[in-house]
Design a protein around this ligand. Structure first.
Ligand SMILES: Cc1ncc(COP(=O)(O)O)c(C=O)c1O
Length: 365
């Protein structure tokens, strides 16, 4: 689905120099590379503060903790997401309340949000899925009306935007993952939380480093070890400089797929909501013949993926949240029909053409 070796070949001298710099400095945990990345990534998102953490799951867990989420609280989110969104809520002892998604974008349906709120709702967590931000204005409006902060799960959407405003700058805070396969990916695990709220970021930084106070061995709250390391930060700084180019290259390939796949009966193509710039993390097809198409493409040596095969309210791990089949009809249908095909900046256009031809030939037969 991605070719990280091809990506490394494009930037090898820059990455190797960055790694050598960290090795020579021996600043392996925190340090100047981490501070620089935090400042650069915050500026990229259009916010003032950021804190690096160990991965995108910790970014969510720690952000929810900093909102005081705990037992007896509800967090409203979607089920058409990676399990980490639900885990972060469960691990804080809270209940996940799932709302359905819009059919076209597969992101939180703002029309269903208000009805899902309870007196215990502490945070609203829309997921910026497949690279595309959710319909943020009405979601933020509901949050404002009820005094509930909105935390963006932005793990899949580095560089996505609504108008000129980038993902990460809509909610009170946003969590990012730098898992290697993401649009901005480390060479290992890494994550970040961004916000304009300096106190919130300071609390999160404290929580992510053993609840430390002014001195290393002042431990003022129960924290954990979830720190960004210098090597990952240095590599991410190199890659951040290329992110807009890479997102543009993803878009060009997505447009080529769309041009080649338009007009096939029974096939729904991904589309950007008006005014939205997707980061095109994934190119998501929908067809009722998903299994057969998947098997055909596998037979031709073409990789595919299902994001996601099961909505998380129906995952055994989320059973305590009380989700039942039929609760979220759109999410459940999408999980039966979605299929991702390869999309990454280095994907040759000939491969785009070949993959599209295979899909057209199979579905038109
Ligand atoms: C929507 C979403 N949230 C959270 C995560 C968790 O990020 P990580 O794998 O860095 O823990 C991911 C990525 O894997 C994701 O796609």
């Amino acid at each position: 689905m991605v070719d990280l070796k091809a990506q490394y070949r494009r930037i090898q001298p820059e990455v190797d120099a960055a790694v050598a710099r960290v090795l020579a400095s021996a600043q392996f945990i925190g340090g100047p590379e981490c501070q620089a990345l935090e400042a650069e990534f915050a500026a990229y998102c259009g916010v003032s503060h950021a804190v690096g953490v160990a991965n995108g799951t910790d970014a969510l867990i720690l952000a929810l903790r900093c909102y005081g989420v705990g037992p007896g609280d509800d967090v409203v989110t979607v089920a058409n997401t990676f399990i980490a969104t639900g885990e972060a809520i469960a691990l804080n002892g809270a209940r996940a309340v799932f709302v359905d998604v819009e059919e076209a974008s597969a992101t939180m349906d703002p029309r269903l949000l208000e009805k899902a709120l309870t007196p215990r709702t502490k945070v609203i967590v829309p997921v910026q899925l497949y690279g595309q931000p959710a319909d943020m204005d009405p979601i933020l409006e509901v949050g404002r009306r009820h005094g509930i902060p909105v935390l963006e799960d932005a793990a899949q959407a580095h560089g996505g935007a609504i108008g000129r405003k980038r993902v990460g700058s809509f909610g009170h805070a946003a969590s990012f993952s730098f898992y290697p396969g993401k649009n901005l990916g480390a060479y290992g695990d890494a994550g970040m939380v961004v916000s304009n709220d300096a106190d919130f970021i300071a609390r999160l930084r404290q929580m992510a480093n053993h609840g430390g106070g002014v001195h290393k061995y002042d431990n003022v709250v129960v924290g954990t070890n979830s720190r960004l390391d210098g090597l990952q930060a240095a590599i991410l700084r190199v890659k951040l400089r290329h992110l807009d180019t890479w997102n543009r290259e993803r878009r060009e390939r997505a447009q080529a797929y769309t041009a080649a796949l338009t007009g096939i009966a029974g096939l729904t193509l991904p589309a950007e909501r008006s005014g939205v710039t997707s980061a095109w993390h994934l190119y998501t097809l929908r067809t009722a013949r998903r299994e057969a198409l998947e098997a055909h493409l596998a037979g031709q040596g073409i990789a595919t993926a299902r994001h996601y095969p099961r909505p998380i309210h129906l995952q055994p791990a989320m059973a305590a949240m009380g989700g039942r089949e039929g609760d979220l009809p759109v999410s459940e249908r999408l999980c039966r029909e979605v299929l991702q095909i390869p999309l990454y900046p280095e994907l040759p256009f000939e491969a785009v053409g070949r993959i599209a031809n295979e899909i057209r030939a199979f579905l038109s037969a």
